[in-house]
Design a protein around this ligand. Structure first.
Ligand code: ZN
Length: 270
């Protein structure tokens, strides 16, 4: 297996993975989506809410605020030694919200949440939660915990996680008269005209739509767009709670654990 990192920021990564197959890529993708834990608000206790939003809607909105996740300091509630349904300092973080609009309309943002652990903060301070009219007030306690996307999509640590086959474009320079129709029609600008030749300038952008092949008026054999069966382009975008490489590493660890467990069960049956 070969892995190349083509592009990486704190929240996004594009990898080219070679010598693997679809089941492997899909296992990795699905584990990233639903099995790598992240921390979000799961329960709230409303002490006062005179805003126009119902408590339930407020709870839903708060649940969708991505929080910075610390996988090393917190346990999943089901794995925490406290075994308490109320949680403990190792499996739960409390955030409080107390905002009142005095003489003008005020928007309550995610940044108004005050966490008990200063490291567990909303990824963005500018997520609007509710608008308060003068004299309205919201006062509540919110409890965040680690969870998995398999339980509820709000725990998914990724906002995007997709792969595609690595595209292969062949230009038969003998048959091609460089009319440029394929260059013109490609919405991803994969091809370019260089002098009297058509060349590939951005192969990873290709979506295999075949528009270039259909547009080629000269000779159907002049251009061929296909894909490599054993190579994939993986794009991952974190919701911001965890760095993208940590999500990938956790997913690989989980996949490894599953294979180990399978092997152990097989050995027991021998
Ligand atoms: Zn606990």
């Amino acid at each position: 297996m070969e892995v190349r990192v083509v592009d990486k920021t704190d929240v996004t990564a594009r990898l080219i993975i070679e010598d693997v197959d679809v089941p492997f890529m899909n296992a990795l993708r699905r584990i990233m989506l639903v099995e790598v834990p992240s921390m979000v608000i799961d329960e709230i206790v409303v002490l006062e809410n005179s805003s126009i939003l119902h408590d339930e809607i407020m709870a839903h909105r708060l649940g969708l605020v991505p929080l910075k996740t610390d996988l090393d300091s917190y346990n999943l509630p089901e794995e925490c030694p406290c075994k308490s349904e109320f949680g403990c300092n190792l499996c739960r973080v409390t955030l409080t919200l107390d905002v009142e609009a005095t003489d003008s309309v005020r928007t309550v943002y995610s940044g108004d949440l005050v966490p008990s652990n200063p490291d567990i903060i909303p990824v963005s301070e500018k997520i609007p939660l509710v608008k308060l009219a003068p004299s309205q007030r919201v006062r509540l306690e919110a409890y965040a915990r680690l969870g998995k996307g398999i339980e509820h999509a709000k725990w998914q640590p990724v906002s995007g996680c997709v792969y595609k086959y690595f595209p292969k474009i062949k230009i038969n320079q003998q048959a091609c008269d460089a009319c440029g129709k394929c260059v013109e029609i490609c919405s991803k600008r994969v091809l370019t005209n260089v002098g009297k030749k058509v060349e590939i300038r951005n192969i990873t952008g290709c979506t295999l739509c075949q528009d270039c092949v259909d547009a080629c008026a000269k000779d159907p054999t002049a251009i061929e767009a296909s894909w490599d069966q054993d190579a994939f382009i993986l794009d991952v975008e974190s919701s911001g709670g965890l760095p993208v490489e940590r999500i990938l590493l956790e997913a690989v660890k989980i996949l490894d654990g599953k294979a180990e467990n399978f092997l152990k069960l097989l050995m027991e049956k021998k």
